[in-house]
Design a protein around this ligand. Structure first.
Ligand code: S3P
Length: 431
């Protein structure tokens, strides 16, 4: 597979429109398939993960037309999915397999869903337990990982508190709740992204949310919608990271999703001294979006722990990789979920940063990357083990190192941001 060489230096300048948010795209596609009528989604994510969701939905009998970033989904109604002829393949996408498991739990047929090597190592007990409690029969592979064989059927509402903060688990239960007898309740001790709740309402479901408790009423008639997906703030983070690392840089990002359950990372960066402003805020259906401007300025760094770590879970690799460029370094705790993402992100990122000369201490639930050490970073050969966010975080750190860095299997960035390298080159003026 292809490697990529990053030469350091230069500066970022210009403007960028981001690809659509990955999390929101999955949700709009799944709900479009369950709605009545044709749903039109603009700025649908170019991320490979979101194409996996469309492909699985096609296998379930849903007609989907796609032209550039506009997706039209001919909804089948809540009861209209068809038994697939073959095993569904979620490829690398945890959101696809876990959210679809919730839908499949409510179907009157059996489905097997699996994924690539990385996905088949990720924990699935977290969705199997609540969906079984609701009445679905689910058989997992070795270690209760995928492939999952899901025999759906009559479901009962449950009240459930997920043992780990996870929007994917919450979403799987809420989607199954559409098919259940009674009102399904999910209690969260740490709030996670609320795109499913917002999207369900957009499509006409009744969802009540208050202080960490979400309730879904069953059997709504979901109505097709016309929706625009905001730009992906987690993807934006890598371009923001490059801007913060390279002196003389400034960048304007248009139409960035700023849902408060996703945008905490911007607050953290501002409190750490970053020159980030949001000159314009809009709302896109129920999602908040805005223009974000960022300019290079030295960062103080600091510690991320507790609920903050859960809220910024996808941004932590990039934040950690900013560590050497900060005054105090970056320290992360309460993030052991990072170990069960597309890779063991704590181990793989630590290894990559160390190979570049950074001083890194690993904890079971986090990492500490020493500050004031940008001068020690040197180009190296690094291997993100097929993990898109690690590949992008290391590529950004490489911009501030001495000498070239080679990233193995760099095309894995396509899982969330196929245009990452070309966008970075364009903004550095080296395209
Ligand atoms: C996601 C939830 C998070 C996140 C993932 C996308 C979602 O995973 O890391 O990239 O779209 O719901 P968990 O639910 O495992 O925390």
């Amino acid at each position: 597979m292809g490697k990529r060489t990053i030469s350091p230096g230069g500066s970022i300048s210009g403007q960028v429109e981001l690809p659509g948010d990955k999390s929101i795209s999955h949700r709009y596609a799944i709900l479009g398939a369950l709605a009545e009528g044709t749903t039109e989604i603009s700025n649908y994510a170019s991320a490979a993960d979101c194409q996996s969701t469309l492909e699985c939905l096609r296998q379930l009998g849903v007609t989907i037309e796609k032209r550039d970033s506009v997706v039209r989904i001919l909804g089948r109604g809540l009861g209209g999915l068809e038994s697939p002829r073959r095993t569904l393949d979620a490829e690398n996408s945890g959101t696809t397999i876990r959210m679809l498991a919730g839908v499949l739990a409510g179907q009157p047929f059996s489905t097997t869903i699996t994924g690539d090597d990385s996905l088949r190592r990720r924990p699935m007990r977290r969705i199997m337990d609540p969906l079984r409690q609701m009445g679905a029969e689910i058989r997992g592979g070795p270690g209760d990982c995928a492939p999952l064989e899901i025999r759906g059927g009559k479901l009962q509402a449950i009240e459930y508190t997920p043992p780990v903060p996870s929007a994917q688990v919450k979403s799987a239960i809420l989607l199954a709740g559409l098919y259940a007898e009674g009102i399904t309740t999910v209690r969260e001790s740490v709030s996670t992204r609320d795109h499913t709740e917002l999207a369900l309402r957009e499509f006409g479901a009744q969802v009540d949310c208050s202080r960490g408790v979400v309730r879904i009423h069953p059997r709504p008639k979901l109505a097709a919608c016309k929706l625009v997906v905001p730009g992906d703030v987690s993807t934006a983070m890598f371009l923001i990271g490059a801007t913060l690392i390279l002196p003389g840089s400034s960048l304007l990002l248009h139409d960035v999703g700023l849902n408060p359950t996703r945008a905490r990372v911007l607050d953290f960066l501002v409190s750490s001294g970053a020159a980030i402003r949001v000159p314009a805020l809009h709302s896109r259906a129920s999602e908040l979006t805005g223009t974000v401007s960022v300019a290079h300025r030295p960062l103080e760094g600091g510690t991320i722990s507790g609920a903050e770590a859960a809220e910024m879970i996808d941004e932590l690799p990039m934040l950690a990789a900013l560590g050497p460029f900060t005054e105090k370094g970056i320290e992360i705790h309460d993030a052991k979920e990072l170990r069960v993402k597309e890779s063991d992100r704590i181990a793989v990122l630590s290894e990559g940063l160390r190979q570049m000369g950074a001083r890194v201490e690993e904890f079971p639930d986090g990492v500490r990357v020493e500050g004031r050490s940008a001068g020690k970073l040197r180009g190296a050969k690094v291997d993100p083990r097929g993990d898109h966010r690690i590949a992008m975080a290391l590529a950004v750190a490489a911009l501030g190192a001495q000498g070239d860095t080679t990233i193995a299997d760099a095309e894995c960035v396509a899982v969330s941001f196929p245009g990452f390298f070309s966008t970075l080159e364009r903004l550095r003026g080296v395209a």
